[in-house]
Design a protein around this ligand. Structure first.
Ligand code: SIN
Length: 282
């Protein structure tokens, strides 16, 4: 089989990968895919037919599976979190700009989302390049914030009104059913505001809906800076947007990408999500 094709979908980040059958993954194909993942930050595949076992096997090539501390996986396949929205649901999982598991001292490295059922229109996912967001700050701003750390939590996000996850998920019976107590898993963490990607060595702005404030600053100092950085991080020129169809699969790098599930539809949408464990940001 000839090699994969890699077609960027925006000037900022994101590429569609062609000529790749993920049900027949071997070492050579995985190497090409991984190189595209590092180069483009989020990659997309179309028309895949994967069993849960095949999706899990692909995910395990990227690293150990991460288990969501607040959400139960599928009974038969605890590695997979089924994200299901039904017509009439008012809650959309992931409808805030974020980087997965930022509240953990070792946040998720990558996330894989595989579409099983999709709306006829709407329900896209948007992605933002945190490399571009970092590089797009002025030198003076970067110098001022160079050593600053953020404080991040897994529940009661200030940006989203401070309600608990259980409260928010009430708008979707399927997601509310999956909520669990995180037990001893850490749900707060301090991270560098500018993190270094451990593989590409590039600097990324590291901020998202879990971020509460900048360490060491007064709340009235921190709030306007965090607000500014949130707005800055999703400038249109840093974004791409993916239109799903059944069989599409997205794989994104949480170390340099934020994402947002667009809540603009009222049809059934069912996705299989696997998250890969990461290490301590520096
Ligand atoms: C998520 O935030 O992981 C969900 C993204 C989506 O459903 O589009």
């Amino acid at each position: 089989m000839a090699g994969i094709t890699v077609t960027p979908i925006s000037g900022a980040l994101g590429a569609e990968i062609g000529n790749a059958d993920l049900s027949k993954l071997d070492d050579a194909l995985f190497e090409d895919i991984y190189a595209a993942f590092l180069a483009h930050q989020v990659i997309f595949f179309r028309d895949q037919t994967l069993t849960p076992e095949q999706q899990i096997a692909f995910a395990k090539r990227l690293g150990p599976i991460h288990y969501h501390p607040y959400m139960k996986g599928m009974d038969e396949h605890p590695e997979i979190l089924e994200i299901l929205k039904e017509p009439g649901d008012s809650y959309t999982f992931g409808a805030a700009w974020h980087s997965d598991q930022m509240f953990n001292p070792e946040p998720a490295k990558a996330t894989m989302l595989y579409a099983k059922e999709t709306p006829n229109v709407g329900g896209d996912t948007m992605f933002s390049s945190m490399y571009k967001a970092h590089d797009g700050l002025s030198e003076a701003m970067r110098a001022m914030l160079k050593t600053v750390k953020t404080y991040n939590v897994g529940d009661r996000f200030k940006q989203m009104g401070g309600g608990s996850r259980a409260d928010r998920y009430k708008g979707s019976a399927n997601m509310a059913d999956k909520v669990r107590d995180p037990g001893n898993v850490p749900t707060e963490a301090h991270h560098p505001l500018f993190r270094t990607h451990p593989e590409t060595k590039r600097k990324a702005l590291y901020i998202g809906s879990h971020t509460q404030f900048l360490d060491g600053m007064r709340q009235e100092e921190s709030d306007p800076i965090v607000d500014y950085l949130r707005r800055h991080s999703i400038r249109p020129e840093y974004l791409c947007r993916f239109r799903w169809a059944p069989g599409s699969l997205a794989l994104w790098d949480n170390r340099c990408v934020q994402h947002y599930a667009v809540p603009d539809y009222n049809e059934r949408r069912r996705m299989h999500r696997i998250t890969i464990a990461g290490d301590t940001p520096f």
